[in-house]
Write a protein that binds this ligand. Structure first.
Ligand code: SF4
Length: 218
């Protein structure tokens, strides 16, 4: 029997509210945006007649207005690098600021995360947050994750079903981090059962086989 992991609710939708009011969820990739991009987004919202905005989960903002304004703002945001759809793999990654922004970081978390989103979209199906962290403190995702990449002094730890500081199942060199993740995505793709999501598949595969795949031994 396949164990299924419930998908979390996503704010990245267009929501119909009452009396013709709509809300659209928009968020910066990996929870961070440059000030000028946020200013441009809010300027466009004002130009479209959006009346209010509220912070929501997953570092998103909910903009409230009529349906056309919300759709146009979503298009503007998407064209300017923001996450606007629940299926965007970037919305399924929790990455801290990493190097060079944080002195404790040993890896460029946002570069690794962006490459992971581009290369491993089917692994990032919304059933879990891939945690990419610059050090074991794990600021971006204090909870356990189905899969985490954690920068250490001399390499990257790969952790399954745990927090950033938990026992790794394997290690990757800095340069091989995304290649290791691609090999894990390949394994999940080949092993996934019908109706099984990535989180459930990762948990079923287990640490030994994940380690063999990540290090290219399988
Ligand atoms: S997890 Fe570590 S590297 Fe990332 S922001 Fe926090 S202290 Fe910095």
């Amino acid at each position: 029997m396949t164990t299924q992991v419930k998908l979390a609710a996503s704010p990245f939708h267009l929501f119909a509210l009452s009396d013709g009011l709509h809300a659209v969820g928009i968020g910066p990739a990996f929870g961070q945006a440059k000030a000028e991009n946020l200013i441009a987004l809010c300027g466009e919202a004002a130009r479209l007649g959006i009346k209010s905005v509220k912070p929501a989960l997953d570092h998103s903002l909910l903009f409230f207005g009529n349906v056309l304004a919300c759709r146009d703002l979503r298009d503007f945001a998407g064209n300017n690098g923001f996450v606007t759809f629940a299926t965007d793999p970037r919305g399924h990654i929790a990455a801290c600021s990493g190097s060079p922004a944080c002195n404790s970081a040993t890896i460029a978390t946002h570069e690794i995360a962006a490459q992971a989103a581009a290369e491993c979209g089917d692994l990032l199906d919304g059933s879990f947050k891939l945690h990419v962290t610059g050090c074991p403190k794990g600021c971006a995702h204090p909870q356990p994750a189905a899969l985490a990449l954690c920068g250490t002094a001399d390499r990257v730890s790969l952790i399954a079903q745990g927090k950033a500081a938990d026992e790794p199942f394997a290690f990757a060199s800095f340069a091989d981090t995304n290649a290791s993740l691609r090999r894990l995505a390949d394994l999940v793709r080949s092993e996934r059962r019908p109706s099984e999501n990535s989180a459930a598949c990762l948990a079923r595969i287990g640490s030994d086989r994940l380690a063999a795949a990540a290090t290219g031994r399988s």
